[in-house]
Write a protein that binds this ligand. Structure first.
Ligand code: UDP
Ligand code: MG
Length: 218
């Protein structure tokens, strides 16, 4: 592989009924990715949206040839959507994020830089997480402790979608259920170098969350 600037980046974004968020998300991404200065692709995985999301995505692809769309036939859930995105991605570095602007595209570059410093997984940590305490943050604190303890990889925030992975790390992992959250634990088991980096977190901008307490239990 050549120098660092020749490495390519795949941004993966699962989309389920996010029509109100997509234009602003794209504008923020576009500006962050210009600053990043590496070749990239943005893979939007439309997870069976029933609103106007897919039409908006098709327009974005007209504007920017680096935009790719995978359109799933029905709603399969976020993990399956990410898995489909990983399978069709080409980048040396893979960065999943949410499509509702709870993550900040400006965090992509710092994560990428940590990969380039020699880490295999750089895990976003929503230090100031903007979700309800009782139904979301508390269950997730407990879940993070349990996953850390079982897997031996101690992270504050397994649940943050925004992470960066070296492609090789994902090669042998098959995703199902809610499993995309556990990738760092699997990666740790095969000797990957993993660090956690604080990232921004915002309240969901528009639309509503598709999840509640049952997911944490799952
Ligand atoms: N999402 C998806 N399929 C689903 C549910 C959600 O692709 O069945 C997407 C959603 O559009 C968003 C991301 O996954 O981009 C995270 O979903 P959400 O914001 O509902 O979860 P939360 O932030 O509340 O954990
Ligand atoms: Mg969200």
């Amino acid at each position: 592989m050549g120098g660092k600037l020749e490495e390519t980046v795949s941004i993966l974004i699962p989309i389920y009924n996010e029509e109100g968020n997509l234009s602003l998300l794209y504008d923020r991404l576009d500006s962050a990715l210009k600053k990043m200065g590496r070749a990239y692709e943005i893979i939007f995985v439309d997870d069976g949206s029933s609103d106007g999301s897919l039409d908006i995505l098709l327009d974005l692809r007209e504007k920017n040839p680096n935009v790719k769309i995978i359109s799933l036939s029905r709603n399969f859930g976020q993990t399956a959507a990410l898995s489909a995105g990983i399978d069709s991605s080409k980048g040396d570095i893979i960065i999943p994020m949410d499509g509702d602007l709870q993550n900040d595209p400006e965090d992509i570059l710092p994560l990428l830089q940590k990969i380039e410093e020699g880490n295999d997984v750089v895990s976003g940590w929503r230090k100031g997480r903007k979700d309800p305490f009782l139904t979301r943050r508390l269950p997730s604190i407990i879940a993070n402790r349990i996953i850390s303890w079982i897997g031996g990889v101690y992270l504050h925030d397994y649940g943050c979608t925004l992470k960066a992975y070296r492609r090789d790390i994902l090669k042998n992992i098959k995703l199902y259920g809610e499993m995309h959250r556990f990738i760092p634990a699997y990666a740790g088991a095969v000797g990957a170098k993993i660090i956690e980096v604080p990232v921004q977190h915002y309240p969901r901008r528009l639309g509503k969350t598709k999840y509640g307490l049952e997911r944490t239990i799952k």
